[in-house]
Design a protein around this ligand. Structure first.
Ligand code: URP
Ligand code: ZN
Ligand code: ZN
Length: 458
């Protein structure tokens, strides 16, 4: 039987209008005024915003990294996502030293199946030594993985040299695979980190000092040049600096197929967090690091200038205890922070409430464009034919972010005490209510693997 979401302000990537949504067999059947069809369930959304569920295309669930494992698995991570109004994610498969790509992908399926409460897809990181087996890229496509990630940082672990990166750009271009790039100059970062440590500079702030914004700008420029020669579209993950965005601006101006992602932390938090006493600055250690305020402001402005295509989280949580690995050496602090549950409310508050941005632009950056770029055909918008992945928001609710109220499996949130306006109250995935009034209604395992299509590259 059908469900109708009645009387809400429906926000799509194109417009906001008062309308009803008819949901049939988990799909959006129609979006019209005053739908009168018989329905077994009616949700009254009067005075609410009815938006597409968020699409977070950058997560690291249950990921072995820097000698430990990220704290959220596919159960806790997707539950947290759902509470925050996100209804699909794309997680990074990271092959281990002894894996081929097939084995690595199967490992990720085992991590996710029976656990996820929302739908999920995978990207594959191409790291040493699997980067040599370029033929395996065909296997990725067969299995619905249509994007790869190359790291230009993390020397001696995940980093590729320029020749290996270029080879992958060429191979990806042949297959129309979208290449995601972590752009920081890993060689110079390694040099600077060693230099600081030798000088006895071991505190968390030296994580930031060893990764200056110029090294992000340089790596973005280099990747754009190499991608241009190889004829490969590129997608830059987690951009954090003015230098990086200026390179994107230049490339977009020259009509290059270059896409930019940023994350809430690079707009809302700044470098001074690293000075928190008693090693608390370690909670903000991620790569790229937090920057000075002028970078945060520049990125926010870039949202309106059309330079940013996607807002994602890079959700990669480690507890404060896990962060202690780097108590005497900042380079051993596991890199990553939580954010899967807070992205949509923080961004609604920043973009719509504070910056006065159009609701459709909010939807475009957080739902529609990521779905399009990563071939999640059924996701990311409210229109007939799409999955009924819908978040019903109270746009006026003012609340304070507090770790103890969140569902992320980690002992802190970098956004503690942030006051935000607007909250998803009811969340649907394929027409099924999964969150209602702060309660989880879904069973782990209901989330489905999404075999993704190739990128629209637009
Ligand atoms: O610090 C970060 N970003 N950790 C996750 C791995 C990555 O680089 O995306
Ligand atoms: Zn990265
Ligand atoms: Zn990441």
């Amino acid at each position: 039987m059908a469900m109708i979401i009645k009387n809400g302000f429906v926000v799509s990537s194109k417009e906001t209008k008062q309308a009803d949504i008819l949901v049939k067999n988990g799909k959006i059947a129609s979006v019209e005024e005053n739908i009168t069809e018989p329905a077994s369930e009616i949700i009254d959304a009067a005075n609410m915003l009815v938006m597409p569920g968020g699409v977070d295309v950058h997560t690291h669930l249950d990921m072995p990294f820097m000698g430990t494992v990220s704290g959220d698995d596919f159960e806790t991570g997707t539950i947290a996502a759902a509470f925050g109004g996100t209804t699909s994610i794309v997680d990074y498969v990271i092959p281990g030293k002894w894996d081929n790509l097939k084995r690595a992908v199967n490992k990720w399926h085992k991590k996710a199946s029976g656990k996820a409460v929302i739908d999920y897809g995978f990207h594959a990181a191409i790291v040493p030594p699997v980067h040599k087996a370029v033929k395996e890229l065909d296997y990725l496509l067969e299995t619905g993985i249509t994007s790869i990630k190359c790291f230009l940082a993390y020397k001696n672990t995940l980093m590729l040299d320029d020749a290996a990166f270029f080879n992958l750009l060429e191979e990806a271009a042949k297959r129309k695979i979208l290449v995601c790039v972590h752009a920081e100059n890993g060689e110079v970062i390694d040099y600077l980190a060693k230099k600081y440590l030798k000088e006895g500079k071991t505190e968390p702030v030296y994580h930031a000092y060893s990764r200056p914004p110029e090294l992000e700008g340089e790596a973005v420029a280099r990747a754009i040049t190499l991608a241009g020669i190889a004829g490969a579209p590129v997608y830059f993950v987690h951009l954090s600096s003015k230098q990086a965005i200026q390179e994107i601006k230049q490339a977009k101006k020259s009509k290059k197929k270059v896409f930019a992602e940023t994350c809430p932390q690079y707009m809302l938090l700044s470098e001074n967090k690293y000075f928190e006493k008693r090693f608390k600055g370690a909670k903000y250690v991620m790569s790229p690091p937090l920057r000075k305020l002028k970078h945060c402001d520049y990125i926010k402005k870039s949202l309106t200038d059309g330079l940013i295509d996607v807002i994602a989280t890079d959700h990669c949580p480690f507890t404060f205890r896990q962060k202690q690995k780097g108590l005497k050496n900042f380079s051993l602090i596991p890199n990553g922070i939580p954010g899967i549950e807070t992205r949509m409310p923080l961004m609604y508050n920043e973009m719509v409430v504070k910056m006065g941005m159009d609701l459709s632009r909010f939807v475009e950056l957080n739902c529609t464009k990521p779905a399009k770029l990563f071939g999640l055909k059924e996701k990311g918008d409210i229109k007939p034919g799409k999955d009924a992945d819908i978040a019903i928001w109270n746009p006026d609710l003012i609340w304070k972010i507090k770790k103890k109220k969140l569902h992320e499996n980690v002992d802190y949130t970098p956004f503690e005490e942030c006051v935000v306006t607007g909250k998803p109250i009811t969340v649907l995935s394929r027409g099924e209510i999964i969150i209602e009034n702060d309660e989880l209604k879904a069973k782990p395992g209901r989330g489905l693997y999404i075999k993704r299509e190739k990128s629209s590259f637009s």
